[in-house]
Design a protein. Sequence first.
Length: 245
Amino acid sequence: MKKSNFISAIITFAFLYSTATPAENQSFLNNNKSKNNQDPSIFIQIFKQEAILELYQKMPSGQYKLAKTYPICKFSGGLGPKKIEGDLKSPEGFYQITTSQLNPNSRYYRSINIGFPNEFDKAQGYNGNYLMIHGDCVSVGCYAMTDEYMGEIYQTVERALRNGQSAIDVSIYPFKMTKENMQRYRNSSHYTFWKQLQPAYDYFNRTGKPAEISVLLGEYAVLNMPETPTKLLGSKSQYALTKMK
């Protein structure tokens, strides 16, 4: 009888785990990373039109798998890059987060400075400060989340940085950069800029790894060999500002 109960318990556990959502399975891995040496590194993608923030976890293979998708409560200014202070637009492009950009005492619950303007933005003469991912569901150029979701995102970002990830890549796109969407927006005044973003989107979808990004002659460029030492953007450059809100 005891043996039967034991077998039944094992079957029940296997069933519950197999029917968990990908995010729940990822949470299981995160909670047990000390046991299986799970890499805490993460990667973030933001899509304006879809109003989502995707959080990815690095796997033992080196690829990043989607851990959870969060709805963005609010962003402002519509599609297209942020250019000047006061235009109320939320940025698009490639940014990095380091520990100094975290603010647990923000007036918007929690905030993470995305590092605008980066080297590309500066090369275009763009300006602005305090562009964040934050809570409180209000936006004048930031990506605002509900406090509940912001708490989860902040905790995950902080844990990754405290456990060895030197910088977290954040890719911000106007929309899912499929061929269909690029065709749909081919007449936009932002199309030339968006064409610079598309290779990084394609690279991640193809390899499961964030692309190494460079700025060459004032334009974004994807380096197809991430290990190359010639990248111009990174934690040792002026890639990210560290001001906090």
